[in-house]
Design a protein around this ligand. Sequence first.
Ligand code: SAM
Length: 347
Amino acid sequence: MSQLKIVLDGESLITPDAMAGGTAAGDYEHFDEQLAIGRGEIALMLELARQRSERAEDPRSIIDYVAGALHDIRSRFHPNVWKALVPVVQRHPVSAFFLQDPFTRWSFEKPRGYSGDAHLLDFIYGHPDAADEIAAATPTGKALYDYTKDASSSVAVRERRDLLTRYVDQVADARGAETEILTIASGHLREADRSVALREQRLKRWIALDQDPLSVGSVARNFQGTCVEAVNGSVRSILNGKQKLGQFDFIYAAGLYDYLAENVAVKLTQKCLQMLKPGGLFLFANFAEGIRVEGYMETFMNWELLWRNEADMWRIVNASIDRNTVEPQVWFGENRNIVYGTLQLRT
Ligand SMILES: C[S@@+](CC[C@H](N)C(=O)[O-])C[C@H]1O[C@@H](n2cnc3c(N)ncnc32)[C@H](O)[C@@H]1O
């Protein structure tokens, strides 16, 4: 996991400022010298990108070059140096070129005040709710979006949505008409759009919990008349017991653990296991460490996450479970951009 020294409490929302902290150099003795080298590399690379944009080269090829170069730089430099390079990238004049992409711009500007809101995900899902912003983009912006919407991270998020739909339907098939689902950090609950079990009214209830009242309102409107209940709540309110939600057959959180410090992630996992009925299933997802677009996401998108590898996931799992009662698995999605933990209560 990233070496950021942060303690997020499960309620405060993530902004890049919240992720920063400590002095830039930290305990890295070659910081100044490496920062100077990094600045030089960044300046050269972004100047080349700027020239290519002035020559009206294909924006898809320019963004691919920059994303690859940022990935390379991020992987070669110490995390403290990379952290100091992020604002250097963001302040470069070429950022105006990338911010023509409506997806990049929404992420960078954070109109809802925090990173990773549900509308941002609608750009990834290609949902009609994001269509106006895409239609209003410049031709360059549209070409850039054509790239970002199909970046490996976006492909993995769409796979995650479809996978969640399948899990819900499989749990409903296996557990019958009493099936109760809890989605934590539901956003707009887009995975419910294609759920056969929901459409055929084979679920008893599906609680969609999120801290953002706008997203809660959207779920309440879109799923009016179904068994979906939109609930305004946070990780904190679940952990402190203020939210008495009952027992569930399937509980999951996607797009949330990426923002939770390990101690909070463990507490939430433990709490979710307590809220499962016998034989129930808990799933959590996290963006994987080392994906190709993480440098672009952290700079031009200003979207900083806690990337996790398999060992990080296993640490959360092992600190949360009793192996006598829980069957754990950690596995990757198809393109390995998202890593999943599934915890099945033994019967
Ligand atoms: C990246 S979106 C994911 C939405 C949805 N799960 C999906 O996969 O499309 C993250 C969501 O987490 C919610 N969120 C962030 N921190 C939270 C917290 N501490 N408690 C509850 N919800 C939170 C945000 O409001 C946002 O809707």
